[in-house]
Design a protein around this ligand. Structure first.
Ligand code: ZN
Length: 413
């Protein structure tokens, strides 16, 4: 089977290369925003969506125009890719997977991509990478790149530049070494609780750094905007943001690696993180309740990175030949694993589960995880197609739609 994998390295550019990369990222952002504005205007005029091909036909025109002639200095394919990104953002919006595309802000999305492998040269023994219009770039060679290079994305974060090299290679479909199955319940107090009663403590990376972040944000706000001191303070704020993101990434990778190594079948709740974290403010007709508490919860949910946890789990479990099942989350915390009695009263406090029918007692999160695993088993036993090794987004069948024990979306990447 083909495996796509990205390898990310810190670049060590010289001054000229840094300036060029900033310029390229700026040009790509400019093109993205210009196309988005055009798309909006076009829509307001009552016209149909402009697809990638007619949109990209504007690029040579913009390059000829006096005000935007500097676009010529940026690699054409990177500019084209920015337009492809916009098209993808629209498609995700049309498919209700994402919000309406937004304009990109400076230093918020400093990145651009070289989509053509023929233009890229990778010299691993000498730790250098050749990219069009940048020349040879040195990088911190922290690990070997495996497979054939497909494309390279250059990005900036916290004042550093990175290259993410995406490759493709043929690998044997590995058979799982582990034989056990596990159910996972995700939560706020504990990041994840396993059906074998082990758990992963929450990271709360954002909370931990929040005060530090607030302090530096305050400092930034006291400076004259766009002055040198303001820029310095801003760089510091961005650095804190980057370190938060790194700590979280590291945490999630460790958690998903261990889980995928130890278990052949991993069952999780099919939580819609987007729904859970949707705005608590409501709208003018239906103002939200408990806005403050809920926005705190939202921050915790987004902070935990459950969506990313699931994404990593999906591909890592599949790499190791295992299966990831997403089961319906209804009443997992209120159902008794011993006698199947479902009642709100079973859940006495946030942490304690005590069955009012049979007296079964356990930690509420463990009960949730046991129920998730149970549902995973039923799903397999009912012969639901849950194969690994292919991208499967399962549509619920008539039978599963009626049952709460259905696979809502088996995501095996
Ligand atoms: Zn019971």
């Amino acid at each position: 089977m083909q495996r796509l994998q990205a390898f990310k390295y810190e670049l060590m550019p010289n001054g000229e290369q840094q300036r060029d990369m900033r310029r390229f990222a700026g040009s790509c952002r400019f093109v993205y925003n210009k196309a988005l504005a055009l798309q909006k205007e076009n829509h307001e005029a009552g016209n149909k969506f402009i697809g990638y091909v007619p949109m990209a036909a504007n690029l040579p025109i913009w390059k000829r125009e006096a005000g935007t002639a500097w676009l010529k200095e940026t690699p054409s394919q990177a500019l084209q890719h920015a337009l492809k990104d916009l098209e993808k953002a629209y498609k995700n919006f049309f498919a209700k997977r994402a919000d309406f595309p937004r304009f990109k802000k400076k230093s918020h999305s400093d990145s651009f991509r070289y989509p053509d492998q023929k233009q890229i040269k990778l010299d691993q023994p000498n730790s250098r990478l050749f990219l069009p219009k940048l020349g040879w770039l040195r990088y911190r060679n922290s690990r070997e790149v495996l497979g054939e290079v497909r494309n390279v994305t250059v990005s900036q974060s916290g004042g550093k530049w990175f290259a993410s090299i995406q490759t493709q290679r043929e690998v044997d479909q590995s058979l799982p070494i582990a034989t056990t199955a596990i159910g996972i319940d995700v939560g706020i107090a504990r990041f994840a609780t396993m059906s074998d009663e082990s758990c992963i403590a929450p990271l709360n990376s954002f909370k931990k750094h929040q005060q530090r972040l607030a302090r530096y944000q305050r400092r930034m706000s006291r400076k004259v905007k766009f002055s040198n001191n303001w820029k310095k303070a801003k760089a510091k704020v961005q650095k804190i943001h980057a370190s938060i993101a790194n700590a979280r990434k590291d945490f999630l990778h460790k958690a998903t690696t261990t889980t995928s190594q130890n278990h052949a079948l991993v069952c999780i709740e099919d939580l819609q993180v987007r729904n859970m974290s949707s705005s608590s403010k409501g709208n003018s007709e239906q103002p939200g309740r408990k806005v403050k508490q809920k926005s705190g919860l939202n921050r915790s949910i987004l902070d935990q990175g459950w969506g990313e946890f699931r994404r990593q789990l999906a591909y890592k479990v599949q790499w190791r030949g295992g299966i990831l099942l997403a089961v319906a989350p209804h009443h997992t915390s209120q159902t008794c694993p011993a006698c199947s009695h479902v009642s709100k009263d079973n859940r006495q406090t946030q942490a304690k589960f005590l069955c009012v029918d049979c007296g079964y007692e356990n930690h509420a999160d463990v009960v949730g995880a046991i129920n998730v695993l149970e549902r995973g088993y039923r799903l397999l036993a009912c012969g639901e197609p849950a194969q690994s090794g292919r991208s499967v987004k399962q549509e619920p069948t008539e039978a599963t739609r009626k049952s709460t024990r259905s696979a809502v979306g088996i995501l095996v990447l």
